[in-house]
Design a protein around this ligand. Structure first.
Ligand SMILES: [Zn+2]
Length: 264
């Protein structure tokens, strides 16, 4: 566990191709666990920390969205409230029935579904700080972020990613750009994406530039008659200058291009 701020801790797990970040936020009456990583075992360090430090506070588990690398550890917190956007539970259930071979098998303990849902925003008041859970559709339709008001910290899930975001939602470009522009209005010093280093607000700008740039370039190519599979639009054109685009990023970018092609 790494300490991020006065009452925020980060837990990173190596999922072979990428790192997955969960976070723990301690307030006076509640402790928030933001995302449960890839398995109940991966959450052991968080469980140990809770056992030692929770006391009589309530534990609130939050799923940033339904994807496996954010929810497969839910069973470690069965019996606690699990909060998510109102479409998350349904998407998790259908992910569980999916025949998609690239989806890792669910843990033998099963995947506990969220027990509390909300629509646009859910806020928890506390003497120490206020936690806002805000619906931020774009990466997926059920994406949410956790915003710590006094801490000026944004736990972003996959709503922002470094160096480029992953578009996993059909016909979601306009919504994604709106979400990113709204996020920039929040007074934030630290943004913590689920799969990259924490940094300032520059990551939100970088993601907005990427999404708008990709859609413009793909629309232009499509207009010229370029086919879906012959799109030649390198990720470097939209990523922050000098940032390395690794193999996994390149694959993600390819999927983004094809998703954009179907939408424009
Ligand atoms: Zn993810």
């Amino acid at each position: 566990m790494e300490r991020l701020g006065d009452n925020v801790y980060i837990h990173r797990v190596d999922a072979t191709e990428f790192l997955v970040t969960s976070a723990v936020v301690f307030l006076t009456t509640r402790v928030f666990v933001f995302d449960t990583s890839i398995s109940p075992q991966a959450m052991e360090p968080v469980k140990t920390m809770l056992d030692e430090q929770v006391g009589d506070r309530r534990v609130v588990v939050v799923n940033s969205h339904h994807h496996w690398d954010h929810t497969y550890g839910n069973a470690a917190f069965a019996g606690h409230d699990i909060v998510a956007h109102r479409s998350c539970r349904k998407l998790m259930a259908s992910q569980g029935r999916s025949a998609n071979e690239s989806l890792p098998l669910a843990p033998p303990e099963g995947v506990t579904l969220p027990t509390i849902s909300f629509g646009d925003r859910l806020s928890y008041m506390d003497d120490l700080d206020t936690v806002h859970l805000i619906h931020t559709p774009g990466h997926t339709e059920d994406s949410i972020i956790l915003y710590l008001d006094k801490g000026r910290t944004l736990l972003a899930g996959d709503t922002v990613e470094w160096p480029i975001p992953s578009l996993a939602m059909r016909d979601g470009a306009a919504l994604y750009v709106r979400t990113l522009r709204q996020l920039k209005q929040l007074p934030v010093d630290t943004v913590v994406p689920s799969h990259g280093p924490w940094m300032g607000k520059a990551i939100i700008d970088a993601n907005e530039r990427y999404v708008t740039g990709v859609y413009e370039a793909v629309a232009e190519a499509k207009l010229k008659g370029v086919s879906r599979h012959n799109l030649d639009v390198p990720a470097e054109r939209f990523a922050t200058e000098g940032v390395e685009i690794d193999e996994m990023c390149r694959r993600m970018h390819r999927e983004n291009l094809e998703l954009a092609y179907d939408e424009v």
